[in-house]
Design a protein around this ligand. Structure first.
Ligand code: BTN
Length: 279
């Protein structure tokens, strides 16, 4: 095997079941653990698994995605051998109207899990991005399927930049990775088991204690709360002070006329940053 091919094979081996499962300390999350070398999107594949009867707690990890999907129909850059792309299948049995803030719980879990590899605490950007030094480290995509009033299943997808040090031009100014923040190359399997352990803990906490601990946890990684924000949702724009999160994850914003808004989706930016840096 050529040097480059050997290096690539070694880099891709750190997510294989034989490597990950002996390190995995979770009770139910990641059991079963499915590894794929390349898929279109782990969220798409896990949605299919769900339709085929896949079980609660299944985790699918791919070394590469050819059609990784982000929020608001964006693409998720997913080159091979460098980062983490995984999706979790959940069958929590919630009533749709009581569904708790799953993506916020995942955000807190990610923030806690990666903190050993960032310089200082990472930040959470509403609704569900993880930032280090103002650049995006990770994103979360939650897709739920309802059966009348009940949540039939949820696919929770996470993309986390681990060892990528160079990004395409469009992302060069805005993306970060754990390798860039820690100054070293990381074993993706070790990062994955750390993330899954925190994710299981926060999902259990959400199920047992409801949203309040998640909202408190999220707040710890959101130092921008209380500041002036611009929230964009398509053509709609709202400028106001971020007041806090509601139990289902909406962002509460007070505009300059004192009216309070509950924002369910969009992108938030700090207004005080002249360059429009995300909060
Ligand atoms: C975002 O920030 O817009 C969310 C990005 C979510 C990307 C992950 S990568 C694994 C999973 N599969 C996908 O197609 N998307 C999610």
């Amino acid at each position: 095997m050529s040097g480059a091919r050997e290096r690539k094979a070694r880099m891709s081996a750190d997510l294989l079941p034989d490597v990950v499962l002996p390190r995995l300390a979770t009770k139910w999350l990641g059991r079963p653990y499915v590894y794929e070398r390349e898929v279109d999107s782990t969220n798409t594949r896990v949605a299919q698994l769900a339709r085929d009867g896949g079980v609660h707690g299944t985790v699918m990890v791919a070394d590469a995605q050819t059609c990784g999907r982000g929020r608001l129909r964006r693409q998720w850059h997913s080159p091979a051998g460098l980062n983490l792309y995984f999706s979790v299948l959940l069958r929590p049995g919630w009533k749709a109207r009581n569904a708790p803030p799953l993506s916020l719980a995942a955000g807190v879990a990610l923030a806690e899990a990666v903190e050993p590899w960032t310089q200082g605490p990472p930040e959470l950007k509403w609704p569900n991005d993880l930032l280090a030094e103002g650049r995006k480290l990770a994103g979360i995509l939650v897709e739920a399927v309802l059966d009348r009033e009940t949540v039939q299943h949820v696919v929770l997808g996470v993309g986390l930049n681990v060892n990528q040090r160079q990004f395409p031009t469009l992302l060069a100014e805005s993306a970060a990775s754990l390798s860039l923040t820690s100054g070293r190359q990381l074993h993706r399997g070790e990062v994955l088991v750390a993330v899954l352990a925190r994710l299981e803990l926060w999902l259990d906490r959400l199920q047992q204690q409801g949203p309040q601990p998640v909202l408190d946890g999220w707040r710890r990684y959101a130092p921008w709360m209380g500041q002036l924000l611009k929230v964009q949702n398509g053509a709609n724009e709202l400028v106001g002070t971020a007041l806090g999160l509601e139990p289902h994850g909406a962002l509460r914003v007070r505009d300059d006329r004192g009216r309070e808004h509950s924002v369910l989706s969009g992108d938030a930016f700090l207004v005080s940053d002249q360059d429009g840096t995300s909060c």
